[in-house]
Design a protein around this ligand. Structure first.
Ligand code: ZN
Length: 683
């Protein structure tokens, strides 16, 4: 994957990432100067809490969005690069993780060396593509491109530029074993909408995309690039036409399609599955889960029906772009120009060292993470967060007890799930073993390729082994948090557990409003419409009754309507259904965080601070944690494809909590006012 798309993942996949100001990062507490007191909280709570900051802030040239997550991200990058550079200088013993980290980074930074190598690192791959003589050979080559680069339920990454993607995870029917999930892929642009939507901006984007393909082919010194570019575009459009939608991808019940090897091949003729699977190292695998059955069938058919030469041009284009971050500068620049500037509106590329830190963190995530937590995550922080998590869990447990709409048997199930829930804080108990990954100083391209392959083989090796519920899907230095629904576990990496998300130096109300709401958000995912699909062992077995589901659906439908009404751009509305699960988690998470905060007071009155009551601190801290300014192109991309609503509207979820009305004297007639009966209470 290119570095530009990596930074996109950081900006967008945030299950619940949060933001503060530069000022807020320096002085603990609420950023009072960022508040816009000319806005009534009841009219626009995001603008009230953030308006002055918003007006005073410009998005840096090298970003598509800016907010506190970016500030914390930058601080973490700075710390991480120092660790990495120290490792590079230290000349640690060969084979040690410090040495691998140092060598990976040094090689990535060696622009002169990379330039001098020219196209030679990618030559073997281009030759292999040129040598493809038939569908059998094509299938074999495609099999070698399969990587563990998608994730349907944890990191929820449905994108791969390879024709198919693989995710190895707990079998949803037999949770004691791992199974390989096959997912759709093969598009260079982020999502099928970009290829099939006939609006004018999308048509314009497609014209620019075709020019991008031509440019990459030209940089690869491929003859007749213009004609080939047109055919590659046409092939991608055909692939997009058979792709499932973003909503299909998120529908677990539609996607849990177990297929024997024979059934897979007979349902999806065209691709030579024997060759493909053997080349992918899955020659012995008997059973698969086909996440996107229609797409897999459609793609397999295209393998046979489209001209072999077009496929070879398509693969040449993808081979040239896939590792563009570690190719001569013109490749990376072109990839950035299209993927970041055209698609997201980012004018300027981030400095190389920042990209090198990301790339190193991607390749050797837990090696870097090990170094990071040793220096920046003291045991006292871990203990403090763990205490907060216990409070949140017990807040949730009490909310479950109080639910009158849920059948007693369902409540018992929910409580069982709370008991087996594993909340991992900071870093994994056991770090990954990188001894099988060879890092060669001076071979940035090879290192990138071997790191992907290492990750793929590490995943393949899980097949046949017992489930490791302690495995992390995020690195400790990631500014984010995640719920792993099938493992009934959560990761709160060390990097998100720092000021201003969490700060021992400020009143607890502010911590509960910020990181507490994130923890509550993640816990609630275990019990929402998606969480209800998995029982306490991770089995896909809906533990809600019909009546429970009906009540939830009623509340959910109202929340869909609440979000459908938001209009971030003229004529462009938030998609209430696409963002429903995250919006439910936001309202539930904030509610549980509020309870946890009240519990933490132990019956005493809340201390006021900075001229704000305890409840005001809680809600303003929450809304400031969603502080974010976004370029229009990225905003469009978020609305089209992200499962989260734009941050501004996530802040406005406060309108569903009764205490918010009292804290800010919100009255009927104000824009965010909801009559008590219209406020959504799922939990
Ligand atoms: Zn979430």
């Amino acid at each position: 994957m290119t570095d530009t798309r990596r930074s996109l993942a950081l900006g967008l996949a945030l299950c619940a990432a949060l933001p503060f100001t530069a000022a807020g990062a320096d002085a603990p507490g609420i950023d009072l100067a960022g508040i816009d007191r000319s806005v009534a909280p009841g009219d626009d709570f995001f603008a009230f809490a953030n308006g002055a900051w918003y007006k005073a802030t410009a998005i840096p040239e090298d970003r598509a969005a800016f907010g506190a997550s970016a500030i914390v991200y930058d601080r973490t990058s700075q710390r991480t690069v120092e660790l990495i550079q120290d490792a590079a200088k230290a000349e640690a013993p060969k084979g040690s993780v410090e040495r691998k980290v140092g060598d990976y980074y040094t090689s990535f930074m060696d622009e002169t060396g990379i330039e001098a190598l020219g196209l030679s690192p990618v030559r073997a791959k281009l030759d292999a593509i040129a040598a493809i003589a038939d569908v059998k050979g094509l299938s074999r080559y495609l099999g070698t491109t399969l990587r563990a680069d998608v994730d349907a339920l944890n990191a929820t990454n449905f994108y791969t530029d390879n024709l198919l993607g693989l995710w190895i995870a707990q079998d949803l029917d037999q949770p004691t074993r791992y199974v390989p999930f096959l997912m759709q892929g093969g598009l260079d642009m982020p999502e099928r909408t970009y290829y099939v939507d006939d609006s004018a901006p999308m048509a314009e984007t497609r014209a620019k995309f075709q020019a991008h393909v031509v440019k990459i082919l030209e940089l690869g010194q491929i003859a007749d690039a213009a004609a080939k570019g047109a055919r590659v575009f046409e092939l991608e459009r055909k692939i997009a036409e058979v792709h499932g939608s973003r909503e299909d991808s998120a529908d677990v019940k539609k996607s849990n399609n177990h297929r024997t090897r024979e059934a897979l091949a007979s349902a999806a003729p065209g691709l030579d599955w024997t060759e493909f699977l053997a080349a992918a190292g899955l020659g012995e695998q008997k059973e698969f889960v086909v996440w996107h059955p229609t797409a897999v069938t459609g793609i397999a058919a295209l393998v046979a029906s489209q001209p072999l030469e077009t496929w070879k041009d398509y693969l040449t284009f993808h081979a040239l772009e896939h590792h563009s971050a570690v190719m001569p500068a013109a490749f990376g620049q072109e990839s950035f120009d299209f993927h970041a500037t055209t698609l997201q509106g980012t004018p300027k590329r981030r400095e190389r060292w920042k990209r090198a830190v990301d790339a190193t963190g991607n390749a050797l995530g837990e090696a870097v993470g090990q170094m990071y937590v040793r220096k920046y995550f003291p045991p006292a922080d871990k203990a403090r967060i763990e205490a907060m998590v216990r409070n949140l869990i017990s807040a949730f447990d009490r909310r479950v007890d109080r639910l009158d709409w849920m059948a007693p048997a369902t409540r018992a199930k929910a409580k069982a799930k709370l008991k087996t829930l594993q909340v991992h804080v900071g870093y994994p108990d056991r770090f990954r073993d990188y001894s099988a990954l060879e890092i060669v100083k001076g071979d940035a391209y090879g290192n990138d390729e071997r790191a992907e392959l290492f990750e793929y083989r590490r995943n393949l090796a899980k097949l046949g082994k017992p489930i490791d519920r302690g495995e992390w899907v995020m690195t400790p230095q990631t500014v984010n948090a995640v719920n792993l629904p099938v493992m009934n576990a959560m990761n709160f990496p060390a990097a998100i557990l720092q000021p201003p998300y969490f700060d021992p130096a400020r009143p607890l109300a502010m911590d509960y409003g910020a990181i507490g709401a994130v923890i509550g958000h993640e816990i609630s995912h275990s019990f929402d419409d998606q969480g209800a699909l998995f029982d306490e062992t991770g089995k896909l077995d809906n533990w809600w009754t019909e009546a429970d589901f009906k009540h939830f659906q009623e509340a959910a439908d109202r929340l869909v309507k609440q979000y459908d009404a938001y209009e971030p751009l003229p004529g462009v509305k938030v998609k209430g259904k696409q963002t429903l699960s995250e919006n439910v988690a936001d309202v539930a998470g904030l509610s549980a965080a509020y309870d946890g905060y009240r519990m933490s007071l132990g019956g005493k009155p809340a201390p006021s601070a900075q001229g704000l009551t305890g409840d005001q601190q809680f809600f303003v801290s929450f809304a400031q944690s969603w502080r974010q300014k976004m370029r229009e192109a990225l905003l469009r991309q978020v609305i089209v494809g992200d499962s989260h609503a734009p941050d501004e509207f996530r802040a406005d979820i406060v309108r569903n909590l009764d205490p918010w009305y009292a804290a800010f004297d919100v009255k009927p007639g104000q824009k965010l006012y909801l009559a008590p009966a219209d406020r959504i209470r799922v939990w």
